[in-house]
Design a binder for this molecule. Structure first.
Ligand SMILES: *[C@@H]1O[C@H](CO)[C@@H](O)[C@H](O)[C@H]1NC(C)=O
Ligand SMILES: *[C@@H]1O[C@H](CO)[C@@H](O)[C@H](O)[C@H]1NC(C)=O
Length: 162
């Protein structure tokens, strides 16, 4: 094989690899997603056996001027803390997925909205540990509550592609 033919074969092989791999996702600054009515708390009522339920809910406005949608999740915890919510779809609109997870010195609330087949907005709002407190209720029981702002805006990245 001549050197040229060898280079051509190599080029074809490389092009084939390049075309087989999906194009890299494009990431740019997205529109912030406004959150209202954010609540996260444990519940003193025992669910079954010894486990308790904790609750996270909020409303998110997907497009300016449109009605917000309500998203919520229960999780099972062994004490009266606020439990993690692994990635879950919003009941009102399954194109919205979110999670609420304990991270180092903070809680990580992440929300994403698949606004089209290949595009989604995604952003995280870090809740400092100081905004989650044990509060003693009327029944003299210490229950964990989110005490930060109930409205805030999550900055997002606009990710297009896979
Ligand atoms: C959240 O949405 C629910 C259901 O649409 C509505 O009843 C409630 O008033 C909203 N809360 C806030 C704080 O926007
Ligand atoms: C928050 O959680 C999201 C989703 O798991 C993750 O991509 C992101 O890196 C986390 N942010 C921090 C600061 O932990």
């Amino acid at each position: 094989m001549t050197y040229l033919a060898y280079m051509l074969a190599l080029l074809c092989a490389l092009l084939h690899i390049a075309s087989a791999a999906p194009p890299p996702a494009l990431r740019s600054t997205g529109r912030p997603l406004p959150i209202d009515g954010f609540v996260a708390q444990g519940y003193p009522d025992v669910m079954d056996g010894t486990n308790h339920l904790s609750f996270v809910e909020y409303n998110v406005t997907l497009s300016p001027g449109e009605d917000s949608i309500w998203c919520w999740a229960w999780s099972e915890v062994s004490d009266l803390s606020i439990g993690d919510v692994p990635t879950t779809a919003c009941q009102a609109d399954h194109t919205v997925k979110w999670s609420f997870m304990k991270a180092a010195d903070a809680y990580n609330f992440t929300v994403s909205w698949q606004y089209t087949g290949h595009g989604h907005l995604i952003g995280s709002w870090m809740i400092p540990d100081s905004q989650v407190q044990w509060i003693t209720d009327a029944g003299d029981v210490a229950v964990q509550h989110y005490v930060g702002p109930t409205s805030f805006s999550v900055d997002t990245d606009d990710v297009f592609g896979t």
